[in-house]
Design a protein around this ligand. Structure first.
Ligand code: GDP
Length: 441
């Protein structure tokens, strides 16, 4: 998981701080030294780290904190605020043009994930009720045009290409086409190079001049760390960017680019991408990410994901069952299938408050483990599924044999079932108290 090492270290530091009744300046300094090291190890730019530490220190050694009844908590609050500010404070929306179509130009080095992101963004915009047109303006790599066409077909979004012409003419013709066919967003996928060169910049500047994009978005690979930051700085100076899209956050374990790129370039991160599937794109919320890093969870994103995947009616029916204590192993199986649709389980659980990254290791809910769970549940009698309390040792052995799985796995599944029943009851109570309910667990 991204930021797992950083998150682990910061949470350890703050756990120690929280335990103290009173904080001295020395305590704060010691904690901040650890925070600084953790950030540097996460590959955050040293200037960004220095500024951040100075800002936190200035606020944390103030009377307000030292005299507070919960000084540790106050320091964490300050760190949370400053971490959020470092990443841009609040989520930034995509601009739209007064006269449609709104043209979004996507730039980036080869392999950054530009074409994939163009597809993801088209899918995202379509879900928002927009009518995107994808444009293949990479005339050097025929494979890139094909790749975009495949993505467009999956989304039922039209793709404009005209390989015989130059990228500027293609972009201009595409905007005209969008106007004629009532497409209100034009997403232009441009060519990438292995390195920044004059030709690439010249071509992008020419497209920019021809179609006057309302957004110039640079797609950068988060895994490349400080290189990504340098690339962004360079593009911004030469082209003038309106926003950044960080890709491959799923494979980036350190998180240095995400934490430094905003402060160094001044450009907002508008989206983050993870995974190769078309729904792997999220609006970037600095505050939520800061919460995730500090182990406070990210319940808002979790709820949004749940709402996007889980049918409201189904969720309501499930809540009723839980309240009436009628939740069965079959419902449990249904639920696991729903959760699986929301994305990798370790990422989903990582959004719950209070769980340490280490506790999430080994949590995978892949096709194979789903099949095993299904086999176990199917080897039970209908009565056992409805009232699992009756499943004694000999029944467990029979179920294990029937499903071809070890008895320990049957035990584990029954434990998980009991646990999630408990957790759901608790969450159901929170729901009644006014907080939004989670339609699963
Ligand atoms: P382009 O050259 O910039 O257009 O890059 P592509 O869109 O062709 O992507 C390069 C590779 O990165 C492909 O194998 C993509 O599937 C993969 N990729 C793109 N975005 C992501 C992401 O967010 N996460 C992961 N894990 N892979 C990605």
């Amino acid at each position: 998981m991204v930021f797992s090492a950083l998150s682990e270290k910061l949470q350890d530091t703050f756990r120690r701080l929280r335990g103290k009744g009173k904080l001295t300046e020395k305590d704060v300094d010691e904690a901040l030294r650890e925070v600084k090291l953790a950030l540097l190890e996460a590959d955050v730019n040293f200037r960004v780290v220095r500024n951040f530490i100075n800002r936190v220190r200035e606020r944390a050694v103030g009377q307000e904190v030292i005299n507070s009844l919960t000084p540790g908590q106050m320091v964490i609050k300050i760190v949370h605020q400053e971490l959020t500010g470092m990443m841009g404070a609040k989520a930034e929306k995509l601009k739209t043009s007064d006269r449609p179509p709104s043209v979004y130009l996507l730039a980036g080095l080869q392999g950054a994930g530009k074409t994939t992101t163009a597809g993801k963004l088209a899918g995202y915009l379509q879900k928002q009720g927009r009518r995107p047109l994808l444009v293949a303006a990479d005339v050097y790599r025929p494979a890139a045009v094909k790749q975009l066409e495949v993505l467009g077909a999956q989304l039922s979004v039209p793709v404009f290409s005209d390989p015989g012409r130059d990228p500027v003419a293609i972009a201009a013709a595409a905007v005209e086409k969008a106007r004629q066919t009532q497409r209100d967003v034009v997403l232009i996928d441009t060519a990438g190079r292995l390195h920044i060169d004059e030709e690439l910049m010249g071509e992008l500047a020419a497209i920019k001049a021809a179609v006057n994009p309302v957004e110039i978005l640079l797609v950068v690979d988060a895994m490349t760390g400080q290189d990504a930051v340098n690339v962004a700085q360079n593009f911004n100076e030469q082209l003038g960017l309106t926003g950044l899209i960080l890709t491959k956050l799923d494979s980036d374990t350190r998180g240095g680019a995400a934490l430094s790129i905003r402060e160094i370039t001044g450009c907002p991160i508008k989206f983050v991408g993870s995974g190769e599937k078309l729904d792997g794109i999220e609006v970037f919320h600095p505050e939520r990410l800061a919460s995730r890093i500090l182990g406070m969870g990210d319940v808002l994103t979790l709820i949004e994901k749940a709402e996007a995947t889980v049918e409201a009616e189904q969720a309501k029916a499930l809540m009723k069952k839980i309240q009436k204590d009628e939740f069965t192993l079959e419902d449990f199986l249904d639920q696991m299938r729903q959760v699986q649709k929301m994305g990798p389980l370790d990422q989903i659980l990582g959004m719950l408050p209070g769980l340490k990254p280490k506790q999430l290791q080994g949590f995978v809910l892949d096709e194979k483990s789903m099949k095993h769970i299904e086999a176990i549940i199917q080897s039970m009698t209908p009565q056992e599924r409805r009232t699992p309390q009756i499943i004694n040792a000999s029944r467990r052995r029979r179920i294990a044999q029937g499903s071809g799985r070890p008895v320990q796995e049957v035990n584990r599944l029954l434990n998980q079932f009991e646990q999630s029943k408990k957790m759901m009851k608790q969450l159901g109570k929170i729901g009644k108290g006014g907080l939004p309910r989670l339609p699963f667990w």
